[in-house]
Design a protein around this ligand. Sequence first.
Ligand code: GH3
Ligand code: MG
Ligand code: MG
Ligand code: MG
Length: 312
Amino acid sequence: FLLPLDIGRLVDKIDSLVSRVEAAPYHILIVDDDPEQVAYYAFLLQQAGMVTSVASDPMKVLSILIESKPELILMDMYMPGCSGIELTALLRQHEAFVGVPIVFLSFESNKEKQMEAICRGGDDFLTKPINPDYLIQVVSTRAERNRNIRYFMERDSLTGLLNHTNLKEHLSRELLRASRSETFLTFAMIDADHFKRVNDTYGHLTGDRVLKNLARLLLDRLRRTDIIGRYGGEEFGIILLNTDVTAAEHIMNEIRENFSRVIQQSESKQFFVTFSCGIAGFPECADASTLTLAADKALYSAKENGRNRVVV
Ligand code: GH3
Ligand code: MG
Ligand code: MG
Ligand code: MG
Protein backbone atom coordinates (compact mmCIF):
# COMPACT_ATOMS: atom_id res chain seq x y z
CA PHE A 1 0.00 0.00 0.00
CA LEU A 2 1.06 3.61 -0.49
CA LEU A 3 1.80 5.94 2.38
CA PRO A 4 1.14 9.66 2.03
CA LEU A 5 4.39 11.35 1.02
CA ASP A 6 5.38 13.05 4.27
CA ILE A 7 4.56 10.03 6.43
CA GLY A 8 6.70 7.92 4.11
CA ARG A 9 9.55 10.37 4.58
CA LEU A 10 9.14 10.28 8.33
CA VAL A 11 9.25 6.48 8.30
CA ASP A 12 12.48 6.63 6.24
CA LYS A 13 14.00 9.00 8.75
CA ILE A 14 12.98 6.89 11.72
CA ASP A 15 14.36 3.77 10.02
CA SER A 16 17.74 5.37 9.48
CA LEU A 17 17.57 6.73 13.02
CA VAL A 18 16.91 3.29 14.46
CA SER A 19 19.73 1.71 12.47
CA ARG A 20 22.10 4.38 13.74
CA VAL A 21 21.01 3.92 17.34
CA GLU A 22 21.62 0.20 17.03
CA ALA A 23 24.91 0.76 15.27
CA ALA A 24 26.97 2.51 17.91
CA PRO A 25 27.15 2.10 21.69
CA TYR A 26 26.45 5.14 23.85
CA HIS A 27 29.51 7.14 24.72
CA ILE A 28 29.54 8.25 28.36
CA LEU A 29 32.07 10.62 29.92
CA ILE A 30 32.78 10.02 33.63
CA VAL A 31 34.07 13.10 35.43
CA ASP A 32 35.47 12.01 38.80
CA ASP A 33 38.76 12.52 40.63
CA ASP A 34 38.68 9.15 42.45
CA PRO A 35 40.24 6.37 40.34
CA GLU A 36 38.49 3.57 42.23
CA GLN A 37 35.07 5.13 41.75
CA VAL A 38 35.85 5.71 38.08
CA ALA A 39 36.93 2.12 37.56
CA TYR A 40 33.78 0.78 39.21
CA TYR A 41 31.26 2.93 37.32
CA ALA A 42 33.12 2.53 34.03
CA PHE A 43 32.93 -1.24 34.53
CA LEU A 44 29.17 -1.14 35.17
CA LEU A 45 28.47 0.96 32.08
CA GLN A 46 30.76 -1.11 29.88
CA GLN A 47 29.03 -4.28 31.05
CA ALA A 48 25.83 -2.71 29.75
CA GLY A 49 27.44 -2.19 26.36
CA MET A 50 28.39 1.46 26.65
CA VAL A 51 31.71 3.09 25.87
CA THR A 52 33.26 5.23 28.59
CA SER A 53 35.94 7.84 28.75
CA VAL A 54 37.25 9.50 31.87
CA ALA A 55 38.17 13.00 32.96
CA SER A 56 39.82 12.88 36.37
CA ASP A 57 40.92 16.48 36.00
CA PRO A 58 37.84 18.74 35.67
CA MET A 59 39.95 21.31 33.79
CA LYS A 60 40.35 18.86 30.92
CA VAL A 61 36.61 18.29 30.46
CA LEU A 62 36.16 21.05 27.90
CA SER A 63 38.82 19.76 25.52
CA ILE A 64 37.55 16.19 25.85
CA LEU A 65 34.03 17.39 25.07
CA ILE A 66 35.14 19.28 21.98
CA GLU A 67 37.08 16.31 20.66
CA SER A 68 34.84 13.36 21.36
CA LYS A 69 31.31 14.68 21.95
CA PRO A 70 30.15 12.21 24.61
CA GLU A 71 26.40 11.63 24.77
CA LEU A 72 26.09 11.97 28.53
CA ILE A 73 28.27 13.17 31.40
CA LEU A 74 28.29 11.38 34.72
CA MET A 75 29.40 14.15 37.06
CA ASP A 76 31.08 13.95 40.44
CA MET A 77 30.26 16.70 42.98
CA TYR A 78 33.56 17.34 44.75
CA MET A 79 36.86 17.46 42.94
CA PRO A 80 40.05 19.39 43.57
CA GLY A 81 40.17 22.73 41.76
CA CYS A 82 36.59 22.84 40.55
CA SER A 83 33.28 21.47 41.80
CA GLY A 84 30.94 19.50 39.57
CA ILE A 85 28.35 22.25 40.01
CA GLU A 86 30.73 24.99 38.84
CA LEU A 87 31.79 22.89 35.89
CA THR A 88 28.17 22.18 34.93
CA ALA A 89 27.24 25.88 35.14
CA LEU A 90 30.21 26.64 32.90
CA LEU A 91 29.27 24.03 30.30
CA ARG A 92 25.69 25.30 30.17
CA GLN A 93 26.96 28.68 28.96
CA HIS A 94 28.51 27.05 25.90
CA GLU A 95 26.07 26.73 22.99
CA ALA A 96 27.65 23.41 22.00
CA PHE A 97 27.08 21.82 25.44
CA VAL A 98 23.84 23.39 26.51
CA GLY A 99 21.98 20.19 25.65
CA VAL A 100 24.34 17.40 26.71
CA PRO A 101 22.73 15.39 29.54
CA ILE A 102 24.59 15.83 32.83
CA VAL A 103 23.78 13.33 35.57
CA PHE A 104 25.29 13.95 38.99
CA LEU A 105 26.53 10.94 40.89
CA SER A 106 27.75 11.70 44.40
CA PHE A 107 27.68 10.71 48.08
CA GLU A 108 26.15 14.11 48.80
CA SER A 109 22.80 13.48 50.46
CA ASN A 110 21.95 17.05 51.40
CA LYS A 111 18.81 17.98 49.45
CA GLU A 112 19.74 21.68 49.27
CA LYS A 113 23.03 20.78 47.60
CA GLN A 114 21.30 18.39 45.23
CA MET A 115 18.80 21.06 44.27
CA GLU A 116 21.61 23.50 43.61
CA ALA A 117 23.18 20.98 41.22
CA ILE A 118 19.90 20.71 39.33
CA CYS A 119 19.33 24.48 39.31
CA ARG A 120 22.78 25.12 37.86
CA GLY A 121 22.22 22.74 34.94
CA GLY A 122 22.24 19.12 36.12
CA ASP A 123 19.52 16.92 34.64
CA ASP A 124 19.41 14.42 37.45
CA PHE A 125 21.01 13.68 40.81
CA LEU A 126 21.87 10.11 41.76
CA THR A 127 23.37 9.25 45.13
CA LYS A 128 26.13 6.75 45.83
CA PRO A 129 26.02 3.90 46.54
CA ILE A 130 23.63 3.35 43.67
CA ASN A 131 21.78 0.29 42.44
CA PRO A 132 23.64 -0.70 39.25
CA ASP A 133 20.47 -1.47 37.25
CA TYR A 134 19.02 1.88 38.16
CA LEU A 135 22.19 3.69 37.12
CA ILE A 136 22.29 1.88 33.78
CA GLN A 137 18.61 2.57 33.14
CA VAL A 138 18.89 6.29 33.84
CA VAL A 139 22.09 6.69 31.82
CA SER A 140 20.98 4.69 28.78
CA THR A 141 17.50 6.26 28.62
CA ARG A 142 18.89 9.79 28.76
CA ALA A 143 21.69 9.03 26.31
CA GLU A 144 19.21 7.53 23.86
CA ARG A 145 16.93 10.54 23.95
CA ASN A 146 19.91 12.83 23.53
CA ARG A 147 21.07 10.89 20.49
CA ASN A 148 17.64 11.13 18.87
CA ILE A 149 17.38 14.86 19.50
CA ARG A 150 20.90 15.42 18.24
CA TYR A 151 20.22 13.42 15.08
CA PHE A 152 17.38 15.73 14.03
CA MET A 153 19.17 18.90 15.13
CA GLU A 154 22.28 18.11 13.12
CA ARG A 155 20.42 17.46 9.89
CA ASP A 156 18.99 19.46 7.06
CA SER A 157 15.29 18.66 6.77
CA LEU A 158 15.07 18.65 2.95
CA THR A 159 17.91 16.24 2.20
CA GLY A 160 18.59 14.51 5.52
CA LEU A 161 22.28 15.42 5.15
CA LEU A 162 24.28 17.17 7.87
CA ASN A 163 23.52 20.87 8.14
CA HIS A 164 26.06 23.66 7.67
CA THR A 165 26.97 24.06 11.35
CA ASN A 166 27.50 20.37 11.85
CA LEU A 167 29.51 19.91 8.68
CA LYS A 168 31.91 22.63 9.82
CA GLU A 169 32.25 21.03 13.24
CA HIS A 170 33.10 17.74 11.55
CA LEU A 171 35.65 19.45 9.34
CA SER A 172 37.54 20.96 12.29
CA ARG A 173 37.45 17.70 14.20
CA GLU A 174 38.54 15.54 11.26
CA LEU A 175 41.38 17.94 10.44
CA LEU A 176 42.71 17.52 13.97
CA ARG A 177 42.49 13.76 13.57
CA ALA A 178 44.12 13.77 10.14
CA SER A 179 46.98 15.86 11.42
CA ARG A 180 47.48 13.62 14.45
CA SER A 181 47.38 10.43 12.41
CA GLU A 182 49.23 12.00 9.45
CA THR A 183 46.60 10.98 6.93
CA PHE A 184 45.14 12.74 3.92
CA LEU A 185 41.80 14.49 3.96
CA THR A 186 39.98 16.18 1.09
CA PHE A 187 37.18 18.72 1.18
CA ALA A 188 34.95 18.97 -1.89
CA MET A 189 32.42 21.74 -2.48
CA ILE A 190 29.61 21.16 -4.94
CA ASP A 191 27.34 23.82 -6.42
CA ALA A 192 24.46 22.97 -8.75
CA ASP A 193 24.79 24.72 -12.11
CA HIS A 194 22.29 27.36 -13.24
CA PHE A 195 19.96 26.37 -10.46
CA LYS A 196 18.06 29.62 -10.51
CA ARG A 197 17.10 28.74 -14.08
CA VAL A 198 15.90 25.28 -12.95
CA ASN A 199 13.60 26.92 -10.40
CA ASP A 200 12.43 29.59 -12.84
CA THR A 201 11.66 27.04 -15.53
CA TYR A 202 10.21 24.11 -13.56
CA GLY A 203 9.26 25.61 -10.19
CA HIS A 204 10.71 25.38 -6.68
CA LEU A 205 9.17 22.03 -5.83
CA THR A 206 10.90 20.44 -8.79
CA GLY A 207 14.10 22.25 -7.77
CA ASP A 208 13.76 20.75 -4.29
CA ARG A 209 13.37 17.30 -5.82
CA VAL A 210 16.56 17.77 -7.83
CA LEU A 211 18.44 18.66 -4.64
CA LYS A 212 17.08 15.53 -2.97
CA ASN A 213 18.17 13.45 -5.97
CA LEU A 214 21.66 14.88 -5.70
CA ALA A 215 21.81 14.17 -1.97
CA ARG A 216 20.64 10.60 -2.61
CA LEU A 217 23.30 10.08 -5.25
CA LEU A 218 26.04 11.39 -2.94
CA LEU A 219 24.88 9.06 -0.16
CA ASP A 220 24.80 6.09 -2.54
CA ARG A 221 28.14 6.71 -4.24
CA LEU A 222 30.36 7.85 -1.39
CA ARG A 223 31.73 5.66 1.38
CA ARG A 224 29.98 5.40 4.72
CA THR A 225 32.97 7.09 6.33
CA ASP A 226 32.73 10.16 4.09
CA ILE A 227 30.92 13.07 5.67
CA ILE A 228 28.29 14.77 3.52
CA GLY A 229 26.51 18.00 4.32
CA ARG A 230 24.28 20.61 2.77
CA TYR A 231 26.52 23.64 2.84
CA GLY A 232 23.86 26.12 1.75
CA GLY A 233 20.94 26.35 -0.69
CA GLU A 234 22.16 24.40 -3.74
CA GLU A 235 25.65 23.84 -2.32
CA PHE A 236 26.98 20.68 -0.73
CA GLY A 237 30.20 19.94 1.16
CA ILE A 238 31.92 16.57 1.39
CA ILE A 239 34.76 15.52 3.68
CA LEU A 240 36.60 12.54 2.22
CA LEU A 241 38.69 10.85 4.90
CA ASN A 242 41.98 9.12 4.10
CA THR A 243 41.72 10.44 0.56
CA ASP A 244 44.17 12.69 -1.28
CA VAL A 245 43.08 15.27 -3.85
CA THR A 246 43.95 13.09 -6.85
CA ALA A 247 41.77 10.22 -5.65
CA ALA A 248 39.03 12.64 -4.61
CA GLU A 249 39.09 14.31 -8.04
CA HIS A 250 38.55 10.91 -9.60
CA ILE A 251 35.64 10.05 -7.29
CA MET A 252 33.96 13.43 -7.70
CA ASN A 253 34.28 13.30 -11.47
CA GLU A 254 32.57 9.94 -11.51
CA ILE A 255 29.72 11.28 -9.37
CA ARG A 256 29.52 14.40 -11.52
CA GLU A 257 29.13 12.30 -14.67
CA ASN A 258 26.53 10.10 -13.00
CA PHE A 259 24.51 13.08 -11.86
CA SER A 260 24.60 14.75 -15.25
CA ARG A 261 22.90 11.64 -16.68
CA VAL A 262 20.12 11.48 -14.10
CA ILE A 263 16.82 12.23 -15.79
CA GLN A 264 15.13 14.92 -13.71
CA GLN A 265 11.39 15.03 -13.87
CA SER A 266 9.03 17.99 -13.64
CA GLU A 267 5.28 17.62 -14.05
CA SER A 268 5.41 17.89 -17.80
CA LYS A 269 9.05 17.68 -18.88
CA GLN A 270 12.25 15.77 -18.44
CA PHE A 271 15.53 17.63 -18.13
CA PHE A 272 19.13 17.36 -16.91
CA VAL A 273 21.08 19.24 -14.25
CA THR A 274 24.86 19.39 -13.73
CA PHE A 275 27.07 20.53 -10.91
CA SER A 276 30.50 22.09 -10.52
CA CYS A 277 32.94 21.01 -7.87
CA GLY A 278 35.98 22.54 -6.18
CA ILE A 279 38.46 20.42 -4.27
CA ALA A 280 41.19 21.16 -1.74
CA GLY A 281 43.15 18.89 0.55
CA PHE A 282 45.03 18.45 3.80
CA PRO A 283 48.01 18.64 4.39
CA GLU A 284 48.41 21.22 1.58
CA CYS A 285 45.84 23.33 3.42
CA ALA A 286 46.48 23.06 7.15
CA ASP A 287 43.35 24.47 8.79
CA ALA A 288 39.61 24.55 8.19
CA SER A 289 39.36 28.13 6.92
CA THR A 290 42.29 27.77 4.49
CA LEU A 291 40.84 24.50 3.24
CA THR A 292 37.34 25.91 2.78
CA LEU A 293 38.68 29.00 1.05
CA ALA A 294 40.78 26.92 -1.35
CA ALA A 295 37.85 24.61 -2.19
CA ASP A 296 35.64 27.65 -2.74
CA LYS A 297 38.23 29.19 -5.04
CA ALA A 298 38.50 25.96 -7.03
CA LEU A 299 34.71 25.89 -7.29
CA TYR A 300 34.69 29.44 -8.58
CA SER A 301 37.23 28.48 -11.21
CA ALA A 302 35.10 25.45 -12.21
CA LYS A 303 32.20 27.87 -12.79
CA GLU A 304 34.40 30.32 -14.72
CA ASN A 305 35.71 27.56 -16.95
CA GLY A 306 32.32 26.41 -18.18
CA ARG A 307 30.67 24.53 -15.23
CA ASN A 308 29.96 20.78 -15.07
CA ARG A 309 33.55 20.10 -14.06
CA VAL A 310 35.77 19.33 -11.07
CA VAL A 311 38.70 21.63 -10.33
CA VAL A 312 41.50 21.02 -7.82
P1 GH3 B 1 25.65 28.98 -10.95
O1 GH3 B 1 25.80 27.95 -12.01
O2 GH3 B 1 26.57 30.13 -11.19
O3 GH3 B 1 25.82 28.40 -9.60
O4 GH3 B 1 24.18 29.56 -11.09
P2 GH3 B 1 23.00 29.41 -10.05
O5 GH3 B 1 21.77 29.89 -10.72
O6 GH3 B 1 22.96 28.03 -9.50
O7 GH3 B 1 23.51 30.35 -8.87
P3 GH3 B 1 22.78 31.40 -7.98
O8 GH3 B 1 23.61 31.46 -6.72
O9 GH3 B 1 22.58 32.65 -8.72
O10 GH3 B 1 21.38 30.79 -7.62
C1 GH3 B 1 21.23 29.74 -6.74
C2 GH3 B 1 19.79 29.34 -6.82
O11 GH3 B 1 19.54 28.20 -6.01
C3 GH3 B 1 18.88 30.42 -6.36
C4 GH3 B 1 17.93 29.75 -5.40
O12 GH3 B 1 16.62 30.02 -5.72
C5 GH3 B 1 18.21 28.27 -5.58
N1 GH3 B 1 18.04 27.56 -4.33
C6 GH3 B 1 18.77 27.68 -3.20
N2 GH3 B 1 18.28 26.85 -2.23
C7 GH3 B 1 17.22 26.20 -2.77
C8 GH3 B 1 16.29 25.24 -2.26
O13 GH3 B 1 16.34 24.80 -1.11
N3 GH3 B 1 15.34 24.78 -3.11
C9 GH3 B 1 15.24 25.25 -4.39
N4 GH3 B 1 14.29 24.75 -5.17
N5 GH3 B 1 16.10 26.16 -4.88
C10 GH3 B 1 17.06 26.65 -4.09
MG1 MG C 1 35.26 13.44 44.18
MG1 MG D 1 25.44 28.80 -5.13
MG1 MG E 1 24.60 27.29 -8.36
